[in-house]
Write a protein that binds this ligand. Structure first.
Ligand SMILES: [Zn+2]
Length: 858
């Protein structure tokens, strides 16, 4: 657990020879190491030099050890400095092991726990930034490290005796590198401090901190492993930045609503530590600090909310931003309020308004350092409570789990979508949830389960995490004035619904059958049936998202692949429409074997004549549109297509404007983005000229030509408005112009009814989709008589009881309306999605709608 680079080891060796044991080599100040004071105007420390600084301090100081939390998406190291007193550093392995023991009270009695608690420092992790342009925390990190590594002030000595501080200089080193490169490139020009044209993470951009439970990204998996299996901190602070015109700084407590699954001690401790941070900030004379407003912790997918279900107290700070490293001026009359924070007048949660004026990166560094010092000091003073309550919360969760309601969740082995079921199980396992695979059949009330069903018994320390992810959300909507109080993020995420995985909630106690804990989710291999000696074709189960991988693998190999369009019984098993038919040929047998084995899709070999009720599938040439204006949905779409083995090309505004698209592409995908933004892109003057402008009128024309000439234009959520207008407004949006009291769906799971159609193959007739202020289609009663298009609704919102999880006001606005429309025009078509079928690469239940749009485009 102590990876140290050879260079660092060497340096340590030299130190001990030259300086002896009593005097550690001098730890360089950040100013000496970087050549400027951290946070100096227009200066940024880049990632290689930050990493080097952390390595050097670790090598020179007996208070610091450097560890790797894992890899980033682009292969950088997620480094963390472990800082504590030399005595604690000498027994880090024991401290770490004790933290893991306290995290699981099932293996301890109270007396043994008390023995540990007495000597156990509180583990406090600090992520100095995750959103890469919110760069102040990362720039402050060397000063925080230097202070803790060198200061002999009594307060610091006391703190290091009582805590282990884990400093992540950044939770997104890839994004830090992108941001620093961009800033330096334009420094000294009129575009100094301009927004990035793309994402500050290869796939997720700003959503890098919306992946904490789904764990699609390497960073999320690394951090989860580090937190839940290696260190299990009692406290985790993550530092962010917000807009420039609000308060100068935010510290906890956060605002309502809260997720009611977590122990109340979580919120009390967050309040205590938030107040300690605020106190230090005031002592240091930092004005404009706000508490108890703006940010809630309802959604569990942030880096700083997923650990709540693991009994870690998480804290968020937000500093007012500058233009990356360039100073700004905010006159008093331009200061604005926000959610639960009407204006800049003094209140109990905002006693010291900032008067306006100049605001610099160094200010952010100063505020961040005050907050971190306030937190570390308080964690030391309340060490005993933090460590004891960590154990106490875990114990309470286990006790609650024993009582039932729910007592367990059961994931049966026979799933519609084995691929999605595996992903759900794996993300639970990566989230340190205990899954047990049953070894024999068993019964709960009237239900008989086959052996191989996986049980999650709720008497486990991370019970709240399981409950939050698997149960249905009922968002505690409150009104403030006439306005409904909207959440900061989304209101519904129920994973069994979103992923179309059957998970049974069992409320009452039952006697669990023999079972073993599993540490890796797998798909049960399926068989290839029938006469495999000399087949003429194979039929493969086409259900679920794995079937799209199967299709892509077969097509890539040059095989002749079709969807069956009618049900087909072979050897006592009936394949449904949408099953995959592939003619035998070179290498096909091996691929079919691998599909059955790895994707769990049964197949049957047949030597008869191939059925003619089939729709041939081709190797579609796909263009994925990437706007010059930042679009997180593009990043997630790109990630998803890569994961499911689609071949595609990224296309920019210039590619579209140039026209001649049909000879190059069968399908063009427009990720969710406002029509206006697609058309105009970044505005002139805001960005260097090469990043200005959208597809424009020429591009719109080119897309129209593309459809007329037989292409498939796939438009997701708000991009559907652009596609629709190109095709003469074939559909109308029933939600257009409705006020919030008539339609409000701020990120919820809704029920969808599907037609039987190639676009819904591999899906059940009813499923769940993610709706966030999404559209609802009607067939337009058009006056535009020139439009020669026809519309088919392929998916609709349910006729009633639309809401499956979260919050939906005014379901009448969308009930029974179109959610996916296929509009044919000329020789081609557009597939309009009223919602995002691939939202954050989380909504597995609707991935196939997007995948089928591609499969059927050739
Ligand atoms: Zn942020």
């Amino acid at each position: 657990m102590r990876p140290m680079r050879p260079a660092a080891l060497l340096l340590l060796a030299i130190v001990s020879v030259n300086a002896g044991a009593q005097a550690p080599a001098a730890v360089q100040t950040p100013e000496a190491a970087f050549g400027f004071r951290m946070g100096a105007d227009r200066e940024l420390a880049d990632w290689p030099s930050l990493q080097r600084y952390f390595e050097n301090v670790a090598a020179a100081s007996d208070r610091v050890e450097l560890v790797d939390a894992g890899q980033t998406t682009e292969g950088r190291r997620l480094i963390a400095a472990i800082v504590s007193s030399p005595d604690n550093i000498a027994r880090l392995d024991q401290i770490r092991a004790n933290s893991l023991r306290l995290a699981d009270p099932r293996t301890l009695d109270d007396q043994a726990a008390a023995g540990i608690i007495e000597k156990q420092p509180a583990i406090v992790a600090i992520g100095m930034s995750i959103h890469a342009t919110e760069i102040g925390g990362t720039q402050a990190a060397p000063e925080l490290l230097h202070l803790l590594a060198t200061s002999n002030e009594p307060e610091i000595t006391r703190s290091l005796n009582a805590t282990v501080v884990i400093i992540f200089p950044s939770l997104n080193p890839d994004g830090h590198a992108i941001t620093v490169d961009w800033y330096r490139k334009w420094k000294g020009t009129e575009f100094e401090g301009a927004n990035l044209p793309g994402l500050y993470h290869k796939y997720a951009g700003h959503d890098i901190n919306r992946d904490a439970f789904m764990m699609n990204l390497a960073e999320s998996r690394s951090i989860a492993d580090f937190f839940y299996r290696r260190w299990h901190p009692q406290v985790f602070l993550t530092m962010h930045q917000m807009g420039p015109r609000g308060p100068r700084f935010f510290v906890p407590p956060n605002t309502d609503p809260i997720d009611r699954n977590y122990d109340p001690l979580i919120w009390r401790t967050a309040g205590l530590l938030g107040n300690a941070m605020a106190l230090t900030l005031e002592q240091d004379g930092r004005a404009g600090v706000l508490q108890n407003a703006l940010y809630d912790y309802y959604w569990p997918g942030y880096e700083d909310s997923a650990p709540l279900g693991h009994n870690t107290v998480t804290l968020l700070t937000e500093a007012a931003s500058v233009r990356v490293a360039s100073p700004i001026t905010v006159p008093a009359d331009q200061l604005t309020g926000g959610r639960g924070f009407p204006d800049h007048q003094p209140t109990t949660t905002f006693p010291n308004p900032w008067p306006g004026g100049s605001w610099k990166l160094r200010d952010i560094v100063d505020y961040d350092l005050s907050a971190a010092r306030g937190l570390i000091g308080a964690a030391a003073r309340y060490r005993d409570d933090l460590v004891r309550n960590f154990y106490r919360m875990a114990k309470r969760q286990v006790d609650l789990g024993m009582k039932g309601g729910p007592f367990a969740f059961i994931i049966p082995p026979d799933q519609f979508d084995a691929h999605a079921a595996r992903k759900l199980e794996q993300l639970l396992i990566d989230g340190d949830v205990e899954l047990r695979r049953t070894l024999e059949p068993f019964r709960v009330a009237e239900t008989v389960y086959n052996e191989g069903a996986d049980i999650i018994l709720m008497a486990q320390p991370n019970r709240a995490y399981v409950k939050t992810l698997l149960e249905v959300q009922q968002y505690p909507a409150r009104k403030s004035g006439s306005q409904a109080d909207r959440p900061y993020d989304v209101t519904g995420w129920t994973l069994p619904l979103q992923m179309n995985v059957r998970v049974d909630r069992i409320d009452q106690y039952f006697e669990p059958p023999p079972a073993t804990r599993i540490d890796r989710a797998t798909i049960a291999p399926a068989k290839v049936w029938g006469d495999v000696r000399k087949p003429s074709f194979y039929v493969i189960d086409g259900r679920g998202n794995g079937a799209s991988i199967a299709i892509n693998r077969l097509l890539k190999n040059g095989a002749a692949v079709s969807f069956l369009t009618t049900a087909m019984p072979i050897l006592g098993y009936t394949y449904q429409p949408g099953a995959i038919m592939v003619m035998d040929g070179k290498g096909v047998r091996e691929i079919v074997d691998a599909i059955a084995r790895d994707l769990g899709l049964r197949a049957t070999a047949s030597s008869g004549r191939a059925p003619t009720d089939a729709r041939p599938l081709g190797r579609a040439r796909v263009g994925l549109y990437r706007s010059a204006a930042e679009n997180v949905d593009e990043g997630w779409t790109r990630w998803l297509l890569e994961q499911y083995e689609f071949e595609f090309e990224t296309i920019a505004d210039t590619d579209i404007k140039r026209g001649g698209l049909r000879p190059r592409f069968d399908a063009i995908i427009l990720p969710d983005q406002e029509a206006e933004r697609i058309m105009t892109g970044n505005l002139a003057g805001t960005m260097p000229p090469e990043y200005v402008g959208g597809i424009g009128a020429d591009g719109a024309d080119a897309l129209k030509q593309f459809v007329a000439a037989g292409g498939t234009l796939v438009a997701l959520d708000s991009a559907s408005e652009l596609a629709n207008s190109l095709l003469g407004a074939a559909v109308s949006d029933a939600t257009r112009g409705l006020p919030p009291d008539q339609y409000l769906c701020p990120g919820s799971i809704v029920r969808l009814d599907l037609e039987t159609d190639p676009l819904t193959y591999g899906m059940p007739r009813e499923t769940a989709g993610f709706c966030a202020f999404s559209n609802a289609f009607d067939i337009a009663a058009r006056s535009d008589s020139t439009a020669a298009s026809t519309v088919r609704m392929v998916a609709r919102y349910a006729k009633s009881n639309v809401l499956a999880s979260g919050w939906l006001d005014g379901e009448r606005a969308i009930a029974g309306k179109g959610a996916v429309a296929e509009v044919t025009s000329g020789q081609g078509r557009a597939i309009l999605f009223a919602f995002r079928p691939q939202h954050r690469a989380q909504s597995h239940a609707t991935f196939r709608l997007l995948f089928n749009a591609i499969h059927t485009s050739k």
